[in-house]
Every structure is written in C-alpha cells, then in structure tokens.
Ligand binder design. Structure first.
Ligand code: SF4
Length: 348
C-alpha cells in the first residue's frame, strides 16, 4: 500500500502514472483530498470505477480517526483526540485567532510528533505517561488534513503549524523534518509559519542550523538556572543551559533568525524578580522573543498558575532588562487545554 500522506503531490502523480493511469487522475485525487477535504474514495464522484478500484487496493488515505472533539466556549480552541491505526491515541489542538477583518484570521495547529514523551516535564500531562512510540511522517501530516476538514465549515484552513503537542520533535527528528517538508509543499504553508519547539535537544538545534531549513525555532526554556530547569525540564541534566544557549547562538549565527523561548509561568517557582535578571543575563546578545505561558493546571498538580498581577510584573521587569516578552493569550483552559490532559482522561 502507498501511504498518500507520505508523498508530495508530484510523487503521487508519478505513482499514478507509473500504474498506467493518466496524470489528470492524480490531480483529481489531490483536489479531493487537499482542496475539498474528502477522504473517502467512494465519495470522489468524478473518478472512474477502474481508478477507484486501484486507489482502494493500493493507496492508504486517512488512518487517523477523531474519537473526541472538545471546543471551548468561544469556539477558538478545538481539541481533538485521535485514534491511530494501532489503537494508540494522540491529541492535536486548533487555536483560532479571529479578527474583525476575517482576512487576518489565523488558524494555528498544534500537532503531535510522538505518542507520549520521554522528557517527562513534571507539569505536563503527556510527560507523565512516558513514551509509547514515534509517529510516522504520514501520521503527523494527516493531522493537518483533519484540522482543515474541521475548518471547512468556516471556509478557513490551517495557516500556522507548531510542533508543540505531544512529544519531543527532535527525538523523532527524521519523521518530523520529513513531515514539515511535506506540510510546506502540500499545504503551501511557508517555513516561517512552521515552528519546531524543542525541550533543548542540541543535536536537533544544530541540524536545523546546518540545514538552514528556515523553520521557526522555539525552545522550552522555563527557567534561567540549571537548578530550577533540571526539575522543570529534566533533559536539562543531559543538555545544561550553557550548552543549550551555545547551540542557540550557533543557530542564530548560521540562520540569522530570531529564536522564541517558551517560558511557563509558575507561581512561587520561576517568576521571581531575580529570575528576570538571570534570564536577561542568560539571553544577552541573542535576538529572541519570550512567550510567557501561564501554567495549565493538571489535576493533582503541585504547579499553580500565578496571579495575573505577578505575571505582568515579571513581564515588565523582563522588558526593563531589555527582553522582548509577551504573555500568551490563554486558550482552552475550560477544556483541559494542556497537552495530554484529554488523552489521560480518556485512558482512565
Ligand atoms: S512539555 Fe513537551 S517535552 Fe516536556 S514532557 Fe511534555 S511533551 Fe514532552
């Protein structure tokens, strides 16, 4: 079986021509899947019987199934629980940023790269379950089509991608980079609208720099000292801050691209005034932006969301030290918005 979502549009047409069908049949198939978001071969009304039979016997289309869909009150955050062919489950989230001028609407897809994750950040519901397996490139790419299929009702489609769902993308680097390249080509989403977010896997950062792939690099920093980061992002014991920041400088030197640092904001843990000072020291000379993310409360968690006033004081202090800092608009807190929460609930 040929996996449709593992191929570029050109390669699909080549396979179809190689099987003895005219190229226009391949274009019709591509139109159904990518423009009309139709995935059932029987519903593709302009294909003839022989071609449909060939597709049924030789082409594997969608093999991810939406088994749960939860929307927040405003319909801006839509969370999906997806069933994979081997009965494992993953999550993905659509975040809609709606503007009065609808041409400025943004639809971001936060997609998963692994089933579970071995980094085990203690504030993350995905980390608590450990790693089950890597996703294949086609399983990653399919998430975009499923999201577009949902957005069709609004005449909208995904225009931003963040590899920030379940999993550490650089622990599944080859499949993630292949998927990113297919997403770029097949959905015409430019590299600068695709962000790869890592907990700090240095080899991955260096490879991104050396290949000059132009994706946005996001680092889950979360603390300015090894003492706190060892706890919040356990991979820090393997790749401590001095090595991580060195890799970031290398990346920037090579690509000249701005880096995003994600900073989860936790009450009484990492937003002390001294943290702002140490953060400014750590990131000195790096062209970057910091995304402050209020921690999402996982049930039974020791991590508490700071008061709004404390978060804004921390942001102000960081700015006074010369850092560019924003606090991420909170989305999906009423629907178990943090990665892995929906899956964990379902598993229980
Ligand atoms: S926050 Fe990211 S890297 Fe950390 S455990 Fe969760 S999925 Fe893995």
């Amino acid at each position: 079986m040929i996996s449709f979502f593992k191929l570029s549009k050109d390669d699909i047409i080549k396979k179809i021509v190689a099987a003895g069908f005219p190229a226009f049949r391949g274009k019709q198939l591509i139109d159904w899947v990518y423009n009309k978001n139709v995935f059932e071969i029987d519903s593709m009304t302009n294909l003839d019987k022989a071609f449909k039979e060939f597709l049924i016997n030789n082409i594997k289309l969608i093999n991810l199934e939406t088994i749960k869909l939860v929307e927040d009150e405003k319909g801006e955050t839509i969370k999906f629980l997806l069933l994979l062919g081997d009965r494992n489950t993953i999550e993905m989230v659509i975040m809609r940023y709606l503007d009065k001028d609808s041409s400025k609407n943004r639809n971001t897809l936060c997609l998963s790269s692994q089933v579970g994750c071995k980094v085990k950040c203690p504030f993350c519901a995905t980390g608590t379950s450990g790693l089950v397996r890597n996703l294949k490139a086609e399983e990653i790419v399919q998430q975009v089509s499923i999201a577009n299929s949902y957005l069709k009702q609004f005449n909208a489609q995904i225009n931003n991608i963040v590899f920030m769902g379940m999993g550490e993308p650089f622990y599944n680097k080859d499949e993630v980079l292949q998927a990113a390249s297919l997403i770029r080509e097949n959905y015409e989403i430019s590299s600068r609208k695709i962000a790869i977010s890592t907990s700090g896997i240095i080899e991955g950062i260096k490879e991104l720099a050396d290949k000059d792939l132009k994706y946005v690099l996001a680092i889950s920093l979360h603390a300015p000292t090894d003492r706190v980061r060892d706890y919040l992002v356990p991979i820090n014991k393997k790749y401590p801050l001095n090595q991580l920041i060195k890799a970031c400088r290398y990346y920037q030197q090579k690509t000249k691209k701005r880096i995003t640092f994600e900073y989860i904001m936790i009450d009484s843990m990492n937003i002390w005034p001294d943290d702002a000072r140490q953060l400014a020291n750590l990131l000195k000379g790096i062209d970057c932006h910091i995304n402050g993310i209020p921690v999402n409360s996982v049930s039974g968690s020791e991590f508490k969301r700071p008061k709004k006033k404390d978060m804004y004081e921390f942001k102000k202090l960081c700015e006074e030290y010369g850092l560019s800092f924003s606090i991420r608009e909170e989305k999906g807190t009423d629907i178990d918005g943090a990665c892995g929460q929906l899956r964990n609930k379902e598993r229980k």
